[in-house]
Design a protein around this ligand. Structure first.
Ligand code: AMP
Ligand code: GLY
Length: 405
């Protein structure tokens, strides 16, 4: 089988690496991928830039899949999904993993997701959606408890969430989103949300709209520095499974969040054959859903896939063929820790084009694995940094402590 993976980050590297291990996979193509992914066995990157907002560009991806005889496509990032790439593929009879465009709104609009949660009884924090700046300020004026969370309704590359500790800060955030247009259309509508103090847990699950199968839980560490300090980032490292996820908490997650979500997917009549990512907050032993994503997490994927003993290609095929009820997931025992190496200055401005040494096939040692993200080649074909998060290392072990030595 020939598979196509859309995306270019560490998550896509991990997906390509895991798919290439499947005996049924003869070739993995990655669009556009990165030079680190090209080092993997069976993997080839297609260096084309696609604007997923435009139908012509999405059709170009359909054309690539048809011309290259791709049997199955996996979409890494949210953008192609929100713009309807799954619908484009399925209309041509091509196999693809992901939700149809209507269901991708669960990530594409936080207001839509909140309405869905309320309708199907998924436990979440209180929130109010506002459409005008004046309306937002009026609501903020009435608040007495802080901090409060202000969120852009639409996609904002993980940066549209503000934790505000005063009325002034909240109004500033709303001004940035609604008046100054920091995230364009995505911030024209805003959610004012109750702040929940607790422990975060990420759970990725596969669904074929009939059943939903959770993968191992994980914990993303969003702050830049050691000891949960510094600014928020796209994620600096992950631990899997998440030690917070005891049996008791897991059972609460299943009854308060997982099952009602599946009920909602069924009742909405969605063609959802893909991944549901639950961003949870655990407070007083109860799970609250902060957000849905409709794709795998980055860097969660880099910590979860090294622990997977099942054949990922087979799992995705079963998802696409609505045969998940026949699937039993297998995991290696122990833990995985994924640690990100970022460009100096990230998440603010940083210099690109610095040469990275010591990275070739031979760096795959023992229980550790390097996944490349923001990397490219210079005109001497040397590996250079091109993004904020450059690469990450995933290590597995029997317990968390031995990983951290
Ligand atoms: P989201 O994109 O909605 O997952 O939010 C990004 C991050 O903001 C989360 O991972 C949390 O760290 C934080 N966050 C979002 N919503 C809340 C909330 N209601 N209470 C506390 N923290 C939140
Ligand atoms: N690590 C969080 C995300 O992928 O959205």
């Amino acid at each position: 089988m020939k598979v196509l993976v859309i995306g270019s980050g560490g998550r896509e590297h991990a997906i390509c690496w895991k798919l290439a291990q499947s005996p049924s996979v003869e070739k993995v193509m990655c669009l556009p991928g990165n030079p680190g992914i090209s080092l993997e066995e069976k993997c080839e990157c297609l260096n084309e830039r696609i604007d997923y907002k435009t139908k012509t560009d999405r059709n170009r991806v359909v054309e690539i899949a048809l011309n290259d005889g791709i049997d199955l496509t996996i979409v890494g990032p949210e953008e192609p999904l929100v713009h309807g790439i799954v619908d484009d593929f399925r209309q041509k009879g091509l196999r693809i993993i992901g939700p149809e465009k209507a269901a991708a709104r669960l990530e594409g609009s936080k207001d839509y997701a909140k309405t869905f949660m309320a309708k199907y009884g998924v436990r979440t924090s209180f929130s109010q959606t506002v459409n005008h700046y004046e309306e937002a300020c009026k609501s903020i004026e009435q608040l007495s408890q802080f901090p409060i969370v202000i969120k852009a309704d639409g996609l904002a590359a993980g940066k549209g969430v503000y934790i505000c500790s005063s009325k002034g800060e909240a109004k500033e955030a709303v001004d940035e989103l609604m008046n100054k247009g920091k995230f364009g259309e995505s911030g024209k509508r805003v959610l004012i949300e109750e702040f929940l103090e607790g422990e975060e847990v990420s759970v990725l699950a596969l669904t074929d709209s009939k059943v939903i199968v959770p993968l191992l839980s994980s914990k993303d560490h969003k702050r830049l520095l050691e000891g949960d300090k510094g600014p928020n980032t796209g994620g600096m490292g992950v631990v899997a499974p998440n030690p917070v996820m005891t049996d008791e908490i897991y059972n609460d997650f299943v009854s308060a969040i997982l099952n009602p979500t599946l009920k909602g997917i069924k009742a909405s009549g969605f063609d959802y054959r893909g991944i549901v990512f639950f961003g949870l907050m655990v407070k007083d032993k109860r799970c609250y859903l902060l957000e849905y994503n409709v794709r795998m997490g980055d860097p969660e994927t880099e910590a979860i896939l090294p622990l997977m003993a099942s054949d990922l290609a087979e799992l995705f095929l079963h998802t696409e063929q609505s045969k998940l009820d026949e699937t039993r997931l297998k995991w290696h025992p122990g833990f995985c820790v994924n640690l990100i190496l970022a460009s100096e200055g990230y998440p603010n401005a940083y210099k690109k084009g610095k040469v990275i040494t010591g990275c070739d096939r031979s760096i795959v040692q023992d229980e550790s694995k390097v996944f490349f993200a923001g990397v490219g080649l210079n005109d001497k074909s040397e590996l250079i940094n091109t993004g904020g998060r450059v690469l990450s290392v995933s290590s597995t072990g029997d317990d968390l402590e031995s990983d951290l030595v």
